[in-house]
Design a protein around this ligand. Structure first.
Ligand code: C2O
Ligand code: CU
Length: 479
């Protein structure tokens, strides 16, 4: 089979490989004094993304693999990761969603010097919150993440939740492959940066087109951890014939509930933990569809039941709420309110913006490939961020009222904190979910609330990595 031409909507046909789990790097004795050390090497490698008969794809990966090893620690453990850079460019690691000290946040020039090719850097922090997280570079993310540098990070609860038979991670990604299965260049194309960002033609789960299906047994109860590592693609998964229950969002527990419209939406950077009861008969097959983009539905994979049931039916015990993490509760009555306006992009008229403290008109911005703004400013990655969007007093409560005035959805990510999504379009949310990345549809709004308890300068940006690179980024200072 040939890979489709660029721009075609079909997905490539892979071989018959079954879905594989990411390799696991367990910080085995991380409760020992001083913790334990995981070594990661960021380097070029080859990955069988499309599966035979397609050639392997040249990627960049942690330990040369896609995804990088799944780092697993227990809540409260100290984690030490020594990163060696064998890429042809500078890099860092950002621990997406983990509330780490500022110096460990991995933002080049802001929290650490970038790691030069050949260099090493030791990250060390305590895993305060249980849940599903991930790690990726924060240098030229659109290319480095886009070439495969990312991995899942699971912080296990102190007491494993009862009645779960199997804990499964699916790292979702979206690639733009040429007919020889190699990654197409053109990262940061200004035209698509002003619209959807870089959407690819090949979707992988754990670094592989999941043609062979996902093997399950009748009667199993799974915990399924979804991580969206794609630059720009939003997923909206439907599990035909099954009833997934959302138990955590962005790592943080939420009251167990069915996803809205029966569809599990995962924007770039976001994670969703599901409990999935395998209610099918032995030998049955069921499709998992991605229906996010209207008229572009496709089958992500098939759930394939084995011949041997695990038991007659899944556990009947109700799905319990996961134990809460020690995230401080914002005091909404006293929270100071700040407006945040997302602007720019195609189909909007942009007069100009403040860039590096200077007003640039629309033409000047275009010359620099800057298309998006946050409160009238645009920050170029690597550019000097002069003025924070907001300065927050340590341990005070804040409410950011974010209005998306653009024609595109934006998953907005705040570093160093988890926040409650307390309202959408002026209406209180049902679950007041904790998130670190909030997906705001076009021309809609979201109110997020949190205690600014983590001192330092923190990035606040869109996780469509092309939007981030094209200006949709600012800085939140907790002083
Ligand atoms: Cu996952 Cu600043 O990013
Ligand atoms: Cu965006």
């Amino acid at each position: 089979p040939r890979l489709p031409a660029l721009g075609r909507r079909s997905l490539i046909l892979g071989g018959a490989a079954a879905l594989a789990a990411p390799a696991v790097a367990r910080a085995a004795d991380s409760s020992a004094p001083g913790g334990s050390t995981i070594r990661l090497v960021a380097r070029p490698g080859r990955a069988a993304l499309a599966g035979p008969p397609h050639p392997e794809t040249a990627v960049w990966g942690y330990d040369g693999r896609v995804p990088g090893p799944e780092i697993r620690v227990r809540q409260g453990d100290r984690l030490r990761v020594v990163l060696e850079n064998r890429l042809p460019q500078e890099t860092t690691i950002h621990w997406h969603g983990l509330r780490v000290p500022n110096a460990m946040d991995g933002v080049p020039h802001l929290t650490q010097p970038p790691i030069a090719p050949g260099g090493i850097f030791a990250y060390e922090f305590e895993a305060t919150d249980a849940g599903t997280y991930w790690y990726h570079p924060h240098v030229r993310s659109l290319e480095q993440v886009g070439r495969g540098l990312y991995g899942p990070l699971v912080v296990e609860e102190r007491e494993p939740p009862p009645t779960i038979d199997r804990d499964v991670t699916w790292v979702l990604d979206d690639w733009r492959l040429l007919e020889d299965a190699q990654i197409a260049g053109g990262f940061g194309n200004a035209m698509e940066a002003g619209m959807t960002g870089r959407i690819g033609n090949t979707v992988t789960v754990n670094g592989r087109v999941p043609e062979g299906g996902f093997a399950v047994r009748s009667g199993e109860r799974l915990r399924l951890r979804l991580v969206n590592a794609a630059n720009a693609r939003i997923f909206g998964l439907v599990f035909e014939g099954h009833e997934p229950v959302v138990v955590a969002l962005d790592g943080q527990p939420v009251a167990p509930h069915a996803p809205e419209d029966g569809r599990v939406v995962v924007g770039p950077g976001m994670r969703v933990d599901l409990v999935l009861d395998m209610t099918g008969q032995p030998g049955a097959r069921a499709r998992v569809l991605d229906t996010y983009y209207a008229r572009l539905e496709y089958k992500l994979l098939e759930i394939a039941y084995g011949a041997e049931p695990l038991r007659d039916r899944p556990p009947t015990a109700p799905i319990a709420t996961l134990p809460a993490n020690p995230v401080p509760e914002p005091d909404l009555a006293r929270a100071e309110r700040h407006a945040v306006v997302l602007g720019g992009g195609m189909m909007n008229h942009l007069e100009g913006a403040l860039v590096d403290g200077r007003w640039l008109d629309a033409r000047e911005m275009m010359r620099r490939d800057l298309t998006w703004t946050v409160n009238g400013t645009a920050a170029a990655p690597g550019g000097h961020v002069h003025d924070p969007l907001v300065v927050l007093r340590r341990n005070a409560s804040y409410l950011l009222a974010i209005r998306n005035e653009t024609a595109w959805p934006h998953p907005m990510h705040l570093h160093g904190h988890s926040f409650r999504v307390v309202a959408r379009n002026g209406v209180p949310t049902r679950h007041r979910e904790w998130q670190d990345t909030v997906l705001i549809p076009r021309r809609e709004s979201a109110e997020i609330a949190f205690v600014a308890d983590n001192p330092g300068d923190w990035m606040f940006h869109c996780h469509v990595l092309e939007h981030q690179a094209a200006g949709m980024m600012g800085l939140v200072r907790v002083a």
